[in-house]
Design a protein around this ligand. Sequence first.
Ligand SMILES: Cc1cc2nc3c(=O)[nH]c(=O)nc-3n(C[C@H](O)[C@H](O)[C@H](O)COP(=O)(O)OP(=O)(O)OC[C@H]3O[C@@H](n4cnc5c(N)ncnc54)[C@H](O)[C@@H]3O)c2cc1C
Length: 423
Amino acid sequence: MSTENKNITILGAGLVGSLLSIYMSRRGYNVSIYERRVDMRKATISAGKSINLALSDRGWKGLKGVGIEDSIRKVAIPMDRRIMHNVKGELTSQQYGEDGQSIYATSRGILNCVMMDEAEKSGVKIHFNHRCTGLDIENNVAKFDYNGAEVEVKSRLIFSADGAFSAGRLQMQLSTDRFEYSQTYLKHGYKELLIPAGDKSSFLMEKHALHIWPRGGYMLIALPNLDGSFTCTLFFPFEGEDSFASIKTETDCEDFFNRVFPDAIRLMPDVAKQFFGNPTGSLVTVRCFPWVVKDKLCLIGDAAHAIVPFYGQGMNCGFEDCTVLDQLMEKHGDNWEVILNEFQYSRKPNSDAIAELAVMNFVEMRDLVGSKDFLLRKKIEARIHDKYPEKWLPLYSQVTFSDIPYSVALANGRKQDEIMKRL
Ligand SMILES: Cc1cc2nc3c(=O)[nH]c(=O)nc-3n(C[C@H](O)[C@H](O)[C@H](O)COP(=O)(O)OP(=O)(O)OC[C@H]3O[C@@H](n4cnc5c(N)ncnc54)[C@H](O)[C@@H]3O)c2cc1C
């Protein structure tokens, strides 16, 4: 590839776009990211937008591949188990994996800022306030709105890492033949709430755990933050008896929390203000194919495969995209037509599998984790794994603590389920 052909454009400086840019830069490309938003390192993160993410092995592998895992570890809190809170406020807990295995709570905002710093250290140029408005795919041109002015950028290759509502993907829908696309919304949405820190930034609940209040049709979860607070997310139906629609006043909200989450409301006395002040998000699964146009355009991360968050894998899966792409660059040099084609065919079955697993895990989290049968099953599985580690790895561990392809994990999980039902 000649020097002028080394120019790579990435749409979106989110989690995947930032990581991808570092991989590309380390391989000698001139990388420019165009990001719709302002530089979040210079702005404060607004309330209700402070999503906390669980990082697990696939994510760490992606970060390690460019040597930035140490900077991220500094801002991550290990959680080695989930703690279930029942309606009486009684607790049960379940270890996620083997001793020493954890998932890691990280603030999306902090993580994204650290990753943009690392990208810039690697020589990546990030252009903020640039919203992609269209692509001329044949001519490798991306168009942006920059404070009302139209800007055009020509490059060798465009990556669309612009999230679940991707402009790059929309362009593929509009301008390529036989592009398959579906988006499916859950009947549940989500709302972020905050449990503040105690005195001297102390944690008011166990710090090294993901807390769950499973209530059948809905649930509340909480992940720890570095400052002693917890970010809670209420996953709740839009309509119905207990739902966003049924809670109309602050009194409705307080009554509801006192009835179903009594130990949580004691820790967030201003819950009603937060409930009405913070936005309600929707939960979408996006499937599409193809992900690439020749050697010109490639969808990656949520732009290619947005999933619901119940396995904590959306970002991890996007980081794994970067690992796989890097392995293909190693294998095929700069033969981008081959790299991109192999990339989409190897990743698509796996992103479909994790999309399915993520929806399945919603039922497990909001319902089953609270039951004695479920906890017994988990104990039996852990025993079998201890005795036959080569033959039985629980599904959760395959997804979270390994890089077994998601499609293989899903198939293994189905077999295990049959066996456990008989047991
Ligand atoms: C409630 C919730 C909880 C979650 N929890 C987890 C978890 O625990 N673990 C996990 O692994 N994943 C989790 N996820 C999923 C995770 O957030 C996503 O998978 C991840 O953010 C995808 O990264 P991305 O870079 O592909 O997209 P995004 O993070 O959405 O980044 C896209 C970027 O593109 C920019 N952009 C958008 N449009 C344009 C445009 N037209 N022009 C220029 N720039 C544009 C955006 O501003 C943004 O910066 C969760 C998601 C939700 C909603």
